[in-house]
Design a protein around this ligand. Structure first.
Ligand code: PLP
Length: 387
């Protein structure tokens, strides 16, 4: 009937933007699996397995490795609101739009935020980060690993050590990189790291894997205030300031994911199935092979773009392998080309934000789409539209 608008039947598109990208077919199938109750022992076992799989994806031994229900920013917000109490000092190195997002969230948490910025298309050398940590003495550094707005990846191998030496906590937003670039959480001494499914993990937006270590746990558990309706005579709360969000209260989310299974939100069953399958697909391929496949796809894409006479954006030594910025040639209407790619070729590529708006396109080679055939189809279509 017309007034019911018809069943969903989207045109098959090749999603070559900075995320979301096409899902792995196995992940779509997992999402078609029937629901279970959130306290069904079978479902609790799937939760346990999901934690175990993501420990391997994050390369960590952290007990607290779980999902926050929501897109990437839900886990960013959960991490920041659970770690930051009003008045805490926070340092945010900004090298693109998603650095500014962390500044904005930290300010909403009542933090005194110090921002250091570098030009979009570049990243920070360790010495600059170390100097800022020593000078400002924050409680927390919050930084992106990769920023899809600029396509750059901040080297992080040295920052964890700098933070430990200065007794500072380190939060890393790995939304754009988890599964596509090496991120050994324990080896790099990262205290809290979060991500999302819709990029290199090849899943849908709506679930955000997060891991935190004992240093972060200590801060969060001290702020635990169990909901009144769930308290029993044995409830032990902390004496720290209450976490200023209920939904994103990691102390309560940790209780929910623990053996106690203390009720909080209703777990997003279908998203947990998706997240579990994303990790299974990745680990079956092997982390190192997946990183190499992303690097290979990026190399082919860059070679193809340069062969067409196009110029790549940013410091190529620090470009993420999963998204590439390319300058829109002078005299070309970037949005018109993007529309034509979509209408004529069923291929989506990304626009850009802020100072880069109208100047570059962003082309993703992520997760399921980090493939030679997807890259070649995109290059062919772009060549046809640029004449
Ligand atoms: C580094 C980074 N952080 C956060 C986000 C925000 O993600 P979401 O839209 O899933 O909340 C993105 C999205 O592109 C991102 O690249």
């Amino acid at each position: 009937m017309d007034d019911l608008f018809g069943e969903l039947n989207p045109t098959p598109r090749l999603l070559m933007g900075p995320g979301p990208i096409n899902c792995y077919p196995q992940v779509l199938r997992a999402m078609g699996t029937q629901l279970l109750g959130q306290f069904d022992p079978q479902f609790r076992e799937y939760m346990r397995q999901t934690s175990e799989l993501y420990r391997r994806v994050f390369q960590t031994q952290n007990r607290w490795t779980l999902l926050v229900d929501g897109t990437a920013r839900s886990a960013i917000e959960a991490a920041l609101v659970s770690l930051i109490a009003p008045g805490d000092r926070v340092l945010v190195p900004v090298f693109g739009r998603f650095g500014h997002l962390k500044v904005e969230i930290a300010r909403r948490c009542g933090a005194e935020v110090t921002v250091i910025e570098t030009q979009w298309g570049s990243v920070f050398p360790d010495e600059v980060l170390e100097e800022a940590v020593r000078k400002h003495h924050p409680k927390l550094v919050a930084v992106s690993h990769g920023d899809t707005s600029t396509t750059m990846a901040q080297p992080l191998a040295g920052l964890g050590k700098i933070c430990r030496e200065n007794e500072v906590l380190l939060y890393v937003d790995a939304t754009a990189t988890l599964g596509g670039m090496d991120l050994p959480v324990d080896a790099w001494q990262l205290d809290v790291v979060s991500a999302a499914l819709q990029k290199c993990l090849g899943g849908p937006p709506g679930s955000a894997p997060l891991t935190l270590n004992e240093r972060a746990e200590k801060v969060i558990v001290r702020r635990k205030h169990t909901e009144q309706g769930l308290k029993t005579p044995n409830t032990r709360d902390g004496d720290g300031p209450v976490i200023r969000s209920n939904y994103f209260d990691l102390a309560m989310i940790m209780d929910y994911w623990s053996e106690k299974a203390l009720n909080h939100h209703t777990e997003a069953t279908t998203m947990l199935y998706a997240a579990r399958e994303c990790a299974r697909v990745l680990l079956k391929e092997g982390l190192q092979s997946a990183f190499a496949r992303h690097a290979e796809a990026s190399k082919s894409l860059c070679a193809g773009l340069e062969a067409m006479g196009l110029k790549l954006f940013g410091d190529q030594r620090h470009k993420m392998p999963n998204v590439t910025g390319v300058h829109i040639p002078a005299g070309v209407d970037g949005e018109k080309v993007r529309s034509r790619l979509l209408e004529r070729h069923n291929i989506e590529i990304g626009t850009s934000f802020g100072p880069l708006h109208g100047k570059i396109w962003r082309i993703g080679t992520m997760g399921y789409n980090a493939r030679r055939d997807a890259v070649l189809a995109t290059l062919d279509a772009l060549k046809a539209e640029l004449g």
